[in-house]
Design a binder for this molecule. Structure first.
Ligand SMILES: [Zn+2]
Length: 387
């Protein structure tokens, strides 16, 4: 019996490796698969036949090939099933439906009328069921639903605290599963954002930090090609690292937290006072930057200073090779990277690359889709391309 178990286990490992390479290369011949995986041609042949039979891969014969026979290529059958990634943000939910090859086929943002937990669960479940009905024609249907939560999510996928929604200890997973009638995976949004950066933008980065600077500061760490979550799943609450002792009060109960100085909302709050304007939008700030408004340029300097202070500390802690900053505002501030780099001058802090995220607001929902695909195929490393 043990031998049978071992054989099945090895077959599963080989299958994962083969699927991983097919996804990575998009189209690959059996011969190249054998070279890349170090598996024999016979093993590749048997596995490919099985994957074809399950309709998880498809064959394509190349039209133009200069010499010899036209090779038959294998690629993922994207249409065999779908994954749904949901970003459960304050005031809105974003639903990204992706096929199994990572192609996003639907992207919808639905405004939320209320922060009430019951309302949010009801709205999410209704939309999950509606979107699921689009997938019914495919062989595997909707295979995975992953929800990004802007708060503390335990390793057991229990929601411990969502500060901006005011939720404490809610059973979102089971409540949503019951209401939607299918399994749900919960993950912290900052983790999903940094996972998306690795999958879609920096697949070569073994140690990646993804930091987002919007209403607060979220940090996701992909260390040694995997999530770094800590004992409970709460690691990376960098927004509540104290950068100004006895500074501005924070909703967490401390004073002087990083997100009170280095987040976009902190900048907007300060600008609101300086400009005597009640609401400040990102578009306002972008206009002022383009006009080189003196007050705003000074405030931007201060914002970038505090952003860099926290970043310096994070880089010293994690020694990442790639750091990705997700900020809709900094995307429109061309000097941002140069100015931040100029403040990261310590001989101690080491990183290789610093980027502004190109995924922007979609990072969380895309990361959720990617996690669903990774889980469905049981693969350890996933590499996808944006359309
Ligand atoms: Zn705090």
């Amino acid at each position: 019996m043990a031998a049978t178990g071992d054989a099945a286990y090895i077959k599963q490992i080989n299958r994962s490796l083969i699927l991983q390479k097919i996804i990575e290369k998009k189209m690959i011949s059996r011969a190249d698969l054998s070279k890349l995986t170090d598996l024999t041609r016979a093993t590749i042949s048997v596995q490919a036949a099985d994957l074809l039979e399950k309709e998880l891969v498809v064959e394509t014969q190349l039209e133009h090939h200069s010499v010899g026979r036209r090779p038959i290529m294998l690629s993922i059958n994207g249409q065999a099933g779908f994954v749904l990634g949901i970003d459960l943000d304050l005031g809105a939910m974003t639903f990204a439906l992706s096929d199994l090859a990572g192609k996003v086929v639907r992207l919808e943002t639905i405004p939320l009328q209320s922060d009430s937990y019951e309302e949010v669960v009801k709205t999410a479940a209704k939309n999950i069921r509606r979107i699921q009905s689009y997938c019914e024609e495919s062989r595997y249907g909707l295979v995975s639903v992953v929800v990004g939560v802007h708060g503390l999510v335990t390793l057991e996928e229990h929601v411990h605290f969502v500060p901006r929604l005011g939720w404490t200890d809610v059973s979102l997973k089971t409540d949503l599963e019951e209401a939607a009638g299918l399994p749900i995976t919960l993950e912290n949004n900052a983790n999903l954002c940094s996972f998306a950066e690795r999958v879609y933008a920096h697949p070569e980065a073994k140690n990646l930090l993804g930091a987002s600077f919007s209403s607060g500061i979220g940090l996701g760490m992909m260390m040694n090609e995997d999530f770094f979550k800590g004992e409970n799943g709460f690691a990376g609450e960098a927004g509540h690292m104290i950068v100004v002792p006895n500074g501005r009060p924070c909703s967490c109960g401390n004073k002087g937290c990083w997100e009170q100085y280095g987040s976009e909302s902190a900048l907007f709050r300060e600008l609101s006072v300086k400009k005597k304007q009640e609401t400040i939008t990102r578009a306002d700030v972008i206009d002022w930057i383009q006009a080189r408004d003196e007050t705003v340029m000074e405030m931007m300097d201060e914002f970038l200073f505090y952003l860099s202070v926290g970043l310096n500390n994070m880089i010293n802690l994690y020694n990442p090779n790639v750091v990705v900053l997700n900020s809709e505002l900094l995307r429109f501030y061309p000097e941002a990277i140069k100015r931040i780099e100029a403040q990261l001058v310590s001989d101690i802090s080491h990183y290789r690359e610093l980027h502004i995220s190109k995924l922007g607001k979609q990072a969380c929902s895309l990361g959720a889709c990617a996690l669903g695909i990774k889980q469905f195929f049981h693969i350890s490393t996933l590499q996808l391309e944006m359309d």
